[in-house]
Write a protein that binds this ligand. Sequence first.
Ligand SMILES: [Zn+2]
Length: 335
Amino acid sequence: MSERRIYIDSSGAISILDEVVIDGHRSVSSRARVVTHIHSDHIVNLMPSIGSSYRLIGTHVTLSWLPVLGYPVMASSIYLSYGTRIKVGSVRLELVKSHHIPGTAQVLAELEDGYRVLYSSDFKKPGESTPLVEADTLIIDAVYGRPSYVRRFDDVIEDLLVDLVRQLLSESSVHIYGYYGKLNEVMELLRSRGVDAPFILPSKVYMMTKKAENLGHRVEDYILLGTREASEVMRNGWYVYLDHTTRAHSRASRSASSISSIILSGWEFEKPIKKLANRTWHVAFSDHSDFRGLIQYVASVKPRKVYVVRARSNGAEEFAAYVSENLGIKEVVVA
Ligand SMILES: [Zn+2]
């Protein structure tokens, strides 16, 4: 396969045959931009792509969330369901489900000669809730690319989080802070485990939840912050408030004893739950596979060549060296 077919720039934009660009922008005349999900490192330079009238391609959830975050989605955009194939120029494209935040997709691109290129995007639980496909070339973000980035408690973290929320709810209201999308995953998790306290949501989280619910991500009993109904529920004191992680410290520091705060972060490897001061807990609830999951994913894809995307990796070189030494893949490139 010609080297010119794949180009990855320093911002993490992945260009295939100069026809499709994934999770970044290129000024060459690509026809379309695939958005794998709405996290900020995957919508880099999205406005220039929109301004260049690329067709946006993404799942229904992803494309319906972009306007909530301030990105207009043009009428020419393609709402693509998992498993449906389309042709963009000479590239056949398919979005493959990924367990990360709602709407997230792996991207499988098949070239005219049948050569398969797979971009992992973000995922967790490979082979369980993230399906695995084989490809000739794999492009991967090694988010936890160092062998020390291992969370031994990943299998039980959902149970621990649900138990903690239940316990805290019996004492106070609970505030949960995490990234957009992860909050939706947590809401779905809590409901699936029978936590039925009302959710109070600030406007962006509320709108994202409403759009996701219209697409089948049922949550129920969520209320917009600032409404009279929300004020009444909050006076009552039995509720879960969910907001973006950047609001955690300002709110947590103001927290009264009637509020417990949970901050979600994957960057904890020693303990699943850490109690901080001020009725605040850190929970190592991650939307990413740890190092072991990344290696398992690469091994299952069985690629002949691997690109590790430096812009979205931590420990890209270490990860590349480990893959070539331990999985016997000769061509591993950090790009
Ligand atoms: Zn992500």
